[in-house]
Design a protein around this ligand. Structure first.
Ligand code: GDP
Ligand code: GDP
Length: 449
């Protein structure tokens, strides 16, 4: 078993919040050393950045195939003044936002008055606490750990953060102390990407499917090692196999006009649900309609990656182009992040742009921002543009983690609820910084209890 940093893993993971583990204790007891041991040294870069303090710095970690966040804190000193007092306060905030607290004591020193004061603070928090007796580098010191029972926090865990002694058992215990099991990191081979081809009747869905099937070699009906629903189509595009979901109707060219719009939208919902990425076809020759908007909303609300294909581009002249640009600005302003391609299923124009567009959207959909980088960026952003003051107070964002991918989901730990406008501002800036072209992203706020 190895400890590994989760940096840019792109595997889909089971849904569930990433739990937070806070490491607190007096200065010099070995908190940083322990955090580095938990995350593997590769990631611990934040300390080296001038102006970024170590207070409440979160890192991504994994153990036994489970993902969690570990928060390093500066030293806790209850009676300290000024900067040290601020650090103590930071540690308390970290405790409040944590699911489990790891309280570190230096076994070569034993429990001090400061440790006792910290214990009182921890009691008040009502959080599960794991007591660590650090610097137990040898068996004699391990025995010393017994004296820490007096702190009343249960069994002390003797470890040597420096040498790694006991750290595996400690991680097992941290994970089992969590209120709910952390998300599993799944990997393994995956099948072809699943694509939904959607849009209102007559935008050219069947034509496009026929075009890509014809142009990019024949449709494969069965491929070794994959199971494809008979209503799906496997198509090779740009050297890769893609699974177009729920295309039976498109292939048979059923009379779509006969179905009510209600059934059309159910059908769209089913295809979108089954897909990872949706291509929404719009008729470039016509005005973007309400029905088009509904299809777009279905994709965004389902949290799927999105490519907008303006089809029938062969019909677009300079005049239409002018009005279309204006329409796009007006009608698509809530989804400026969608990947767009201008194609003609009829002539084959730019159909080769489809596969790269799908890849780009899917890459964003599974993009993971390392917690360190995320928080460095967020700290700078919120310092430059804090939340507006409401009733004399302004909620603060304590830190953030990316709780999941596909689509990317972020959780902001805050001192109170945030304005919707401020949240939109953060999303816009997040996209400016980290991209996410072609993917919806979700931001949720977790005010500290
Ligand atoms: P923090 O202030 O609590 O974050 O403490 P640090 O992680 O910076 O460690 C303080 C000092 O203790 C450093 O010199 C570490 O090398 C040392 N240290 C940390 N863990 C151990 C350990 O398990 N054994 C020994 N002997 N020294 C340790
Ligand atoms: P679906 O209902 O979305 O599957 O649309 P179809 O593929 O059946 O296309 C509807 C009509 O639009 C047919 O008459 C197609 O020939 C025509 N069509 C599809 N793609 C294009 C295109 O790129 N350019 C032009 N001019 N006509 C197209």
């Amino acid at each position: 078993m190895s400890l590994e940093v989760v940096e840019e893993a792109v595997e889909p993971e089971s849904v569930g919040p990433v739990p937070v583990v806070a490491v607190v204790g007096r200065p010099n007891v070995g908190k940083s050393t322990l955090v580095n041991r938990i995350i593997g040294r590769r990631q611990a870069v934040v300390e080296d950045v001038p102006g970024v303090t170590r207070d409440r710095v979160p890192y991504d970690a994994q153990w036994n195939g489970r993902r969690f966040t570990v928060v390093d804190t500066g030293g806790w000193e209850p009676d300290a003044r000024d900067r040290a007092a601020a650090i103590a306060n930071q540690a308390e905030i970290a405790v409040q936002t944590a699911d489990v607290v790891v309280f570190v004591v230096d076994v070569t020193v034993g429990a001090t008055d400061v440790d006792e004061a910290a214990v009182r603070m921890l009691r008040r928090s009502h959080k599960p606490v794991i007591l660590v007796a650090n610097k137990a580098d040898n068996q004699n010191l391990e025995l010393e750990a017994v004296s820490l029972w007096q702190l009343g926090l249960g069994e002390p865990h003797p470890i040597s953060a420096l040498h790694g002694r006991g750290s595996g058992d400690l991680l097992d215990d941290i994970l089992s102390a969590l209120p709910s099991p952390p998300p599993i990191i799944e990997d393994g081979p995956r099948g072809p990407r699943r694509v939904a081809l959607v849009g209102r009747p007559n935008v050219g869905k069947s034509s496009l499917l026929n075009r890509v099937s014809k142009e990019e070699r024949a449709v494969v009906d069965s491929v070794a090692g994959t199971t494809v629903d008979p209503v799906d189509s496997l198509v090779e595009m740009d050297g890769e196999l893609w699974q177009f979901v729920d295309t039976a109707g498109l292939r048979k060219r059923v009379n779509q006009a006969s179905g009510t719009e209600y059934y059309a939208s159910l059908r769209t919902a089913g295809a979108v649900e089954a897909a990872e990425v949706a291509v929404v076809l719009l008729d470039a020759g016509e005005v973007i309609s309400e029905q088009d908007q509904r299809v777009l909303s279905q994709v965004v609300e389902a949290g799927r990656a999105l490519v907008i294909a303006f089809n029938k581009w062969d019909l677009v002249d300079a005049d239409r182009r002018f009005y279309l640009d204006k329409e796009i600005d007006r009608e698509l302003k809530r989804i400026p992040w969608a990947v767009r391609v201008n194609i003609s299923a009829k002539t084959g124009r730019a159909v080769d742009k489809l596969a790269p567009a799908l890849r780009r959207a899917l890459e964003s959909w599974e993009q993971r921002v390392p917690t360190g980088a995320l928080n460095q960026w967020l700290t700078a952003l919120t310092q430059a543009t804090p939340h507006p003051v409401r009733g004399g107070r302004a909620p603060r964002i304590l830190f953030a983690t990316q709780a999941g991918v596909a689509p990317p989901r972020f959780v902001l730990f805050t001192t109170g609820p945030l304005d919707a406008g401020y949240l939109r501002f953060i999303e816009r800036k997040l996209r400016e910084e980290f991209g996410f072209e072609g993917s919806p992203i979700e931001l949720s706020v977790k005010p500290r209890k």
